[in-house]
Design a protein around this ligand. Structure first.
Ligand SMILES: [Zn+2]
Ligand SMILES: [Zn+2]
Length: 286
């Protein structure tokens, strides 16, 4: 179904190394073309797993991912960068990779290419004779507004509120049949309400009040400044009215004591939000 937009959850975790949840990474497939949002640890392996499950748009070895969008420069969203640059190239990508993200992304990309300089030269000049262009990057540091447009999608970036991390963005993807908003990491912010007003899908981070109550004072303050609670998200979704609310980047601390932390999170949201809501898992497709 090449003309239907799909959302593929490649990683729904946080910095915590949960073996069931890779680091934040989401793909929107529009007209058969994949657009990646964030590249947390495990991103290429998860894209390969999705390919094996039938999402052919990624290509074998994730070679068809040609455009990626970064919400912010935190490690859990960027550790997959060298993987995303190098692995699909080794597997056959011969076109440059386009990456859009906040100020600082260019320096990060330059450092990655420098760090792997020896290997890159070896693969270009040695027996593999890989195409050098496939390891090149087209990096664009973004400002709020329309940041990308082609025949399949228009992507708008907007600022969110992520504590002391400046230039943290959320994105709105408009495809031929869907409007999709992804929060990135954020405390409650009006920009999410504005941009996700009656959208088809709002993908939003959330932590449960239950886990919040069980972390230390320092981490309570951190969460309030950097992230969004179930109760706060319920208020946002009630105002924005997305057709579907998808929860990701679920914070776990304290949740280990719960037999089913996901159900607790969902119940908290459903108490105050009457729309459709699901908790995403890695490799879910919407
Ligand atoms: Zn994060
Ligand atoms: Zn973050």
């Amino acid at each position: 179904m090449p003309d239907k937009t799909l959302i593929v959850m490649l990683g729904t975790g946080t910095p915590g190394p949960d073996p069931d949840r890779s680091g934040p990474a989401t793909a929107i497939i529009a007209n058969g073309t994949p657009y990646l949002i964030d590249f947390g640890p495990g991103v290429v392996r998860r894209a390969a797993a999705a390919f094996r499950q039938g999402v052919e748009a990624f290509g074998f070895g994730a070679t068809k991912i040609r455009a990626a969008f970064l919400t912010h420069l935190h490690a859990d969203h960027t550790i997959g960068l060298p993987d995303l640059i190098l692995t699909p190239w080794i597997m056959g990508r011969w076109q440059p990779l386009a990456i859009f993200g906040p100020k600082g992304l260019k320096a990060m990309c330059d450092h990655v290419l420098k760090a792997w300089k020896l290997d890159i030269a070896n693969r270009v000049n040695g027996a593999e004779k890989l195409c050098a262009a496939g390891c090149k990057l087209k990096v664009t540091e973004i400002m709020p507004g329309l940041i990308y447009q082609d025949a399949n999608v228009a992507v708008t970036a907007f600022l969110v509120r992520h504590g002391d991390m400046a230039n943290a963005f959320g994105f709105k993807f408009k495809t031929t049949d869907k409007s999709i908003v992804i929060s990135g990491d954020t405390a409650p912010t009006e920009t999410i309400v504005e941009h996700s007003d009656r959208c088809d899908v709002l993908i939003h981070e959330a932590y449960s009040q239950h886990t919040y109550d069980r972390v230390s004072g320092k981490w309570k303050a951190y969460r309030r400044k950097y992230h969004t609670s179930s109760v706060e998200l319920a208020r946002i979704a009630t105002r924005a009215k997305p057709k579907l609310l998808v929860l990701y980047h679920r914070a776990s601390p304290g949740g280990a004591a719960l037999p089913n932390p996901e159900r607790v999170l969902l119940e908290e949201i459903r108490r105050a939000y009457k729309g459709n809501v699901v908790v995403a898992h890695d490799l879910d497709v919407f």
